[in-house]
Design a protein around this ligand. Sequence first.
Ligand code: 5RP
Length: 228
Amino acid sequence: MHSSELKRAAARAALDDLVVGAVLGVGSGSTVDLFVDELAALASPPPALVCASQRTAARARSRGLRVLDLNEVLAGGASIPVYVDGADEIDPQLRMIKGGGAALTREKIVASASGHFVCIVDASKCVRRLGAFPLPVEVIPMARELVAQRLRALGGEPSLRESGLTDNGNEILDVRGLDLADPERVEACIEQWPGVVAAGLFAVHGADVAIIAAPDGIERRKATGARG
Ligand code: 5RP
Protein backbone atom coordinates (compact mmCIF):
# COMPACT_ATOMS: atom_id res chain seq x y z
CA MET A 1 0.00 0.00 0.00
CA HIS A 2 1.38 3.40 -0.98
CA SER A 3 2.05 5.89 1.83
CA SER A 4 -0.48 8.37 0.40
CA GLU A 5 -3.18 5.69 0.65
CA LEU A 6 -2.21 5.08 4.27
CA LYS A 7 -2.26 8.82 4.97
CA ARG A 8 -5.72 9.03 3.45
CA ALA A 9 -6.90 6.10 5.56
CA ALA A 10 -5.67 7.81 8.74
CA ALA A 11 -7.27 11.08 7.63
CA ARG A 12 -10.60 9.38 6.95
CA ALA A 13 -10.54 7.64 10.35
CA ALA A 14 -10.14 11.02 12.08
CA LEU A 15 -13.58 12.05 10.84
CA ASP A 16 -14.92 9.97 13.76
CA ASP A 17 -13.27 12.44 16.16
CA LEU A 18 -15.10 15.54 14.96
CA VAL A 19 -17.41 17.32 17.36
CA VAL A 20 -20.59 18.12 15.47
CA GLY A 21 -21.16 21.84 14.95
CA ALA A 22 -17.81 22.88 16.45
CA VAL A 23 -14.93 24.83 14.96
CA LEU A 24 -12.07 22.46 14.12
CA GLY A 25 -8.33 23.09 14.38
CA VAL A 26 -6.20 21.65 11.58
CA GLY A 27 -2.45 21.45 11.16
CA SER A 28 -0.37 21.25 8.02
CA GLY A 29 1.26 18.80 5.64
CA SER A 30 0.33 16.21 3.06
CA THR A 31 -1.72 14.10 5.51
CA VAL A 32 -3.66 17.18 6.59
CA ASP A 33 -4.23 18.08 2.94
CA LEU A 34 -5.98 14.73 2.52
CA PHE A 35 -7.92 15.30 5.74
CA VAL A 36 -9.14 18.65 4.40
CA ASP A 37 -10.35 16.88 1.25
CA GLU A 38 -12.24 14.38 3.41
CA LEU A 39 -13.82 17.23 5.36
CA ALA A 40 -14.91 18.94 2.17
CA ALA A 41 -16.64 15.75 1.03
CA LEU A 42 -18.81 15.55 4.18
CA ALA A 43 -22.51 16.33 3.93
CA SER A 44 -22.11 18.54 7.04
CA PRO A 45 -18.51 19.76 7.29
CA PRO A 46 -17.40 21.72 10.37
CA PRO A 47 -18.79 25.27 10.43
CA ALA A 48 -15.24 26.65 10.27
CA LEU A 49 -11.60 25.63 10.45
CA VAL A 50 -8.70 27.33 12.19
CA CYS A 51 -5.65 26.44 10.09
CA ALA A 52 -2.03 26.24 11.19
CA SER A 53 -0.60 27.28 7.83
CA GLN A 54 -1.36 29.39 4.81
CA ARG A 55 -1.06 26.19 2.77
CA THR A 56 -3.84 24.47 4.71
CA ALA A 57 -6.01 27.60 4.70
CA ALA A 58 -5.67 27.94 0.92
CA ARG A 59 -6.56 24.30 0.37
CA ALA A 60 -9.57 24.50 2.70
CA ARG A 61 -10.90 27.64 1.02
CA SER A 62 -10.37 26.15 -2.44
CA ARG A 63 -12.59 23.26 -1.41
CA GLY A 64 -15.35 25.52 -0.13
CA LEU A 65 -14.61 25.25 3.58
CA ARG A 66 -14.82 28.30 5.82
CA VAL A 67 -11.55 29.40 7.44
CA LEU A 68 -11.43 31.66 10.46
CA ASP A 69 -8.60 33.41 12.21
CA LEU A 70 -7.77 32.06 15.68
CA ASN A 71 -8.19 35.49 17.28
CA GLU A 72 -11.60 35.88 15.72
CA VAL A 73 -12.77 32.50 17.03
CA LEU A 74 -11.50 33.03 20.57
CA ALA A 75 -12.71 36.63 20.78
CA GLY A 76 -16.15 35.42 19.71
CA GLY A 77 -16.18 33.06 22.70
CA ALA A 78 -16.08 29.83 20.64
CA SER A 79 -13.95 26.87 21.62
CA ILE A 80 -12.00 24.45 19.45
CA PRO A 81 -12.58 21.02 20.98
CA VAL A 82 -10.45 19.06 18.50
CA TYR A 83 -7.20 19.64 16.60
CA VAL A 84 -6.10 17.24 13.84
CA ASP A 85 -2.53 17.19 12.53
CA GLY A 86 0.19 14.92 11.18
CA ALA A 87 3.71 14.34 12.50
CA ASP A 88 7.20 13.58 11.28
CA GLU A 89 7.82 11.16 14.16
CA ILE A 90 5.65 9.90 16.99
CA ASP A 91 6.76 7.74 19.91
CA PRO A 92 4.80 5.30 22.09
CA GLN A 93 3.95 8.09 24.58
CA LEU A 94 2.54 10.11 21.63
CA ARG A 95 5.31 12.68 21.83
CA MET A 96 6.15 14.03 18.41
CA ILE A 97 8.64 15.77 16.18
CA LYS A 98 6.85 18.15 13.83
CA GLY A 99 7.81 20.96 11.52
CA GLY A 100 8.95 19.13 8.40
CA GLY A 101 6.56 21.48 6.62
CA ALA A 102 7.82 24.53 8.55
CA ALA A 103 4.48 25.15 10.27
CA LEU A 104 5.58 24.07 13.77
CA THR A 105 4.95 27.36 15.56
CA ARG A 106 1.41 27.86 14.30
CA GLU A 107 0.76 24.16 14.84
CA LYS A 108 1.78 24.55 18.47
CA ILE A 109 -0.39 27.64 18.83
CA VAL A 110 -3.54 26.11 17.35
CA ALA A 111 -2.96 22.82 19.20
CA SER A 112 -2.55 24.75 22.42
CA ALA A 113 -5.81 26.62 21.79
CA SER A 114 -7.64 23.34 21.13
CA GLY A 115 -8.98 20.68 23.45
CA HIS A 116 -7.92 17.36 22.03
CA PHE A 117 -4.95 16.62 19.73
CA VAL A 118 -5.63 13.87 17.20
CA CYS A 119 -2.46 12.88 15.33
CA ILE A 120 -2.92 11.20 11.95
CA VAL A 121 0.03 9.28 10.56
CA ASP A 122 1.01 6.35 8.44
CA ALA A 123 2.93 3.70 10.38
CA SER A 124 6.31 4.81 8.98
CA LYS A 125 6.17 7.78 11.40
CA CYS A 126 6.14 5.57 14.50
CA VAL A 127 9.46 5.34 16.33
CA ARG A 128 10.57 3.83 19.64
CA ARG A 129 12.60 6.95 20.37
CA LEU A 130 12.41 10.42 18.81
CA GLY A 131 15.39 11.88 17.00
CA ALA A 132 16.16 10.24 13.68
CA PHE A 133 14.21 13.05 11.98
CA PRO A 134 16.16 16.34 12.30
CA LEU A 135 14.51 18.60 14.85
CA PRO A 136 13.14 21.79 13.26
CA VAL A 137 13.64 24.95 15.32
CA GLU A 138 12.05 28.21 14.14
CA VAL A 139 14.30 31.19 14.83
CA ILE A 140 14.13 34.95 14.43
CA PRO A 141 16.66 35.54 11.61
CA MET A 142 18.94 37.87 13.59
CA ALA A 143 19.32 35.20 16.30
CA ARG A 144 20.17 32.35 13.89
CA GLU A 145 23.86 32.07 14.77
CA LEU A 146 23.32 32.61 18.50
CA VAL A 147 20.77 29.81 18.60
CA ALA A 148 22.94 27.61 16.34
CA GLN A 149 25.86 27.98 18.78
CA ARG A 150 23.64 26.97 21.70
CA LEU A 151 22.32 23.99 19.77
CA ARG A 152 25.89 22.89 19.05
CA ALA A 153 26.74 23.21 22.76
CA LEU A 154 23.79 20.87 23.40
CA GLY A 155 25.34 18.31 21.04
CA GLY A 156 23.30 19.13 17.93
CA GLU A 157 24.35 19.89 14.37
CA PRO A 158 22.07 22.64 13.09
CA SER A 159 21.73 23.52 9.43
CA LEU A 160 19.73 26.35 7.93
CA ARG A 161 16.74 25.20 5.87
CA GLU A 162 17.19 26.77 2.46
CA SER A 163 13.64 26.33 1.20
CA GLY A 164 12.40 29.72 2.39
CA LEU A 165 10.89 31.47 5.37
CA THR A 166 8.05 30.30 7.58
CA ASP A 167 4.57 31.85 7.45
CA ASN A 168 5.84 34.07 10.28
CA GLY A 169 8.80 35.37 8.24
CA ASN A 170 11.36 33.41 10.25
CA GLU A 171 14.01 30.80 9.50
CA ILE A 172 14.22 27.11 10.35
CA LEU A 173 17.28 25.35 11.71
CA ASP A 174 17.11 21.58 11.19
CA VAL A 175 19.08 19.94 13.98
CA ARG A 176 20.62 16.49 13.78
CA GLY A 177 22.33 14.55 16.52
CA LEU A 178 20.52 15.85 19.62
CA ASP A 179 20.00 13.39 22.45
CA LEU A 180 16.21 13.28 22.80
CA ALA A 181 16.06 10.64 25.56
CA ASP A 182 14.21 13.27 27.62
CA PRO A 183 12.30 15.24 24.97
CA GLU A 184 10.30 17.31 27.47
CA ARG A 185 13.55 18.64 28.95
CA VAL A 186 15.06 19.42 25.55
CA GLU A 187 11.86 21.14 24.40
CA ALA A 188 11.71 23.32 27.52
CA CYS A 189 15.43 24.10 27.31
CA ILE A 190 15.47 25.20 23.65
CA GLU A 191 12.24 27.17 23.89
CA GLN A 192 13.58 29.40 26.65
CA TRP A 193 16.43 30.80 24.52
CA PRO A 194 15.89 34.31 23.20
CA GLY A 195 15.46 34.19 19.43
CA VAL A 196 13.78 30.77 19.40
CA VAL A 197 10.17 31.01 18.32
CA ALA A 198 9.38 27.32 18.78
CA ALA A 199 11.04 23.92 18.72
CA GLY A 200 9.35 21.18 16.72
CA LEU A 201 9.17 18.93 19.76
CA PHE A 202 5.63 18.29 20.96
CA ALA A 203 6.55 16.43 24.13
CA VAL A 204 5.45 18.64 27.03
CA HIS A 205 2.07 18.52 25.32
CA GLY A 206 1.91 15.52 23.02
CA ALA A 207 -1.06 14.07 21.16
CA ASP A 208 -4.09 12.73 23.03
CA VAL A 209 -4.87 10.17 20.35
CA ALA A 210 -2.85 8.79 17.45
CA ILE A 211 -4.53 7.26 14.44
CA ILE A 212 -1.91 5.08 12.80
CA ALA A 213 -2.58 3.60 9.37
CA ALA A 214 -0.66 0.44 8.42
CA PRO A 215 -1.19 -1.94 5.50
CA ASP A 216 -3.02 -4.34 7.84
CA GLY A 217 -5.40 -1.72 9.23
CA ILE A 218 -5.88 1.29 11.47
CA GLU A 219 -4.68 1.45 15.04
CA ARG A 220 -6.10 4.02 17.42
CA ARG A 221 -3.69 4.68 20.29
CA LYS A 222 -4.50 6.81 23.33
CA ALA A 223 -1.96 8.68 25.44
CA THR A 224 -1.29 7.05 28.77
CA GLY A 225 0.42 8.31 31.88
CA ALA A 226 0.76 11.83 33.21
CA ARG A 227 2.11 14.42 30.80
CA GLY A 228 2.30 18.14 31.29
C1 5RP B 1 4.30 20.40 9.18
C2 5RP B 1 4.22 19.18 10.03
C3 5RP B 1 3.60 17.97 9.44
O1 5RP B 1 2.61 17.51 10.29
C4 5RP B 1 4.64 16.92 9.27
O2 5RP B 1 5.72 17.45 8.54
C5 5RP B 1 4.09 15.68 8.57
O3 5RP B 1 3.82 15.99 7.24
P1 5RP B 1 3.20 14.96 6.23
O4 5RP B 1 1.76 14.77 6.61
O5 5RP B 1 3.36 15.63 4.89
O6 5RP B 1 3.98 13.67 6.30
O7 5RP B 1 4.64 19.14 11.16
O8 5RP B 1 4.99 21.44 9.83
